[in-house]
Each structure stands twice: as C-alpha cells, then as structure tokens.
Design a protein around this ligand. Structure first.
Ligand code: 5GP
Length: 204
C-alpha cells in the first residue's frame, strides 16, 4: 500500500462532447494516470478493440458481475449496460495511482456516493448544434440513435450542477489543459497535505 492514495477522477459528458479525444490528450500529458477500461454489453464500433476501449461482454456475463458485486458502479445507457470493475480501481488507488473513469451521470452519482473524495468533472460541447454536427460527422450510429443521444445529452447536461468542475470542450488542448489544472489544484488540497506541516508546526 502506498503512502499517498491515488485520486479518483470521474469525467462525464454527453456522447459527442469529445471525451475520448480529451482523455487521449490528458493521458499523453500525464502518463502516470490509469484509465479504467469499462465493461459494456454494447457492440464494438469500427476501430474499437476489446480490452482497449471497453471490455465487451454479453448481457449474461454483465448480470453475473452485478450479482457478484464486482462493479464499483454500473448503469444502463441507451439500451446497454456499462460498468466499472471494483477490484481494478481499488488496487490502483491503494498503489497511489490516479485513476480516470469515463462514465455517464448515473454512474458518476453512484461513485460520489461510495467515494465522496472523488473529483467529478463534466465536459460539455460549446453548443447543441456543435454536438449534433459532431455526432453526424462521427458517422458510426444510425440517425435514430443520434437523435436519442441528442435528447439524452440535454438531460445529462442538466445533471452537470452535481459535478465539482465544468469544462467546455471547444478546443481539445484547452479543455485538457483545464483538467490538468484541476488535478494539480486537487493535489494541493489541505487535507492531502497536512503531513507536510508536521515538521514546521510539530505534532501536538
Ligand atoms: P459510448 O457508447 O458512446 O462509448 O458510451 C456511452 C456512455 O457510457 C458515455 O457517456 C460513457 O461515458 C458511458 N460509460 C462508459 N463506460 C461506463 C461505465 O463503466 N459506467 C457508466 N456508468 N457509464 C459508462
């Protein structure tokens, strides 16, 4: 077990807000962050690899994981299950490694309930029109799914009030830069640094 416990960082935002791109930028700047690969019952999209983007599993397998309490959180989103492995996260945090979760709003609320010290960051697109453009440009989902995702995006953005930080993804580098600043500030929080004062003020 490491002296410093890792930071649990949750990033949410509507589909098309650019989370994956921002995460890639973040991870290239902070190679010490562990990105949690979620489990999902959704079909892989073109270019997605099992164990890299997601662990793709059947509904039966996912329900077995729920029954065995193997998930830190899970949610059903647009007809599919998504969830985070409890063991992987716990091990990494105990080793002092910061862990980044890319999860939707219901899952984020459950994480905050179970781990109140988690840092919740919400990423929004600059506008709903830009979000629609991005979802169409991605060309991976049928029109009906895109419309459901846009409606879902509106609902999700209402939940952003429950997050600690809000970041607008207009330019990826700027958004990733803001998140890096947030993480830097979180590391400086007094409760996490009180031990540094011991040599100065003594331990009465
Ligand atoms: P997508 O199908 O576009 O990859 O993801 C759909 C939504 O599921 C995204 O908002 C993403 O953040 C969320 N998601 C991905 N993994 C998890 C997870 O493990 N738990 C929860 N609750 N949501 C997840």
């Amino acid at each position: 077990m490491s002296e410093r416990r890792g930071e649990l960082i949750v990033l949410s935002g509507p589909s098309g807000a650019g989370k994956s791109t921002v995460i890639a930028e973040l991870l290239s700047a902070r190679r010490d962050i562990h990105f949690s690969v979620s489990f999902t019952t959704r079909q892989p999209r073109t270019g997605e690899a099992d164990g890299v983007n997601y662990n793709f599993v059947s509904r039966e397998e996912f329900e077995r994981m729920i029954a065995n309490h193997e998930l830190l959180e899970y949610a059903e989103y647009v007809g599919n299950y998504y969830g985070t492995s409890l063991k992987v996260i716990r091990d990494k945090l105990d080793q002092g490694v910061d862990v980044l979760l890319d999860i939707e709003v219901q899952g984020a609320a459950k994480v905050k309930e179970r781990c109140p010290e988690a840092v919740l960051i919400f990423l929004i697109p600059p506008s709903i029109e830009e979000l629609s453009r991005r979802l169409h440009r991605r060309n991976t989902d049928p029109e009906e799914t895109i419309q459901r995702r846009l409606e879902k995006a509106r609902e999700e953005c209402r939940e952003s009030v429950h997050y600690d930080y809000l970041v607008v993804n207009d330019a990826v580098v700027t958004a990733a830069g803001e998140i890096l600043s947030i993480l830097e500030a979180e590391r400086c929080r007094t409760p996490k640094r009180l031990h540094l004062t011991q040599g100065i003020v003594g331990t009465t």
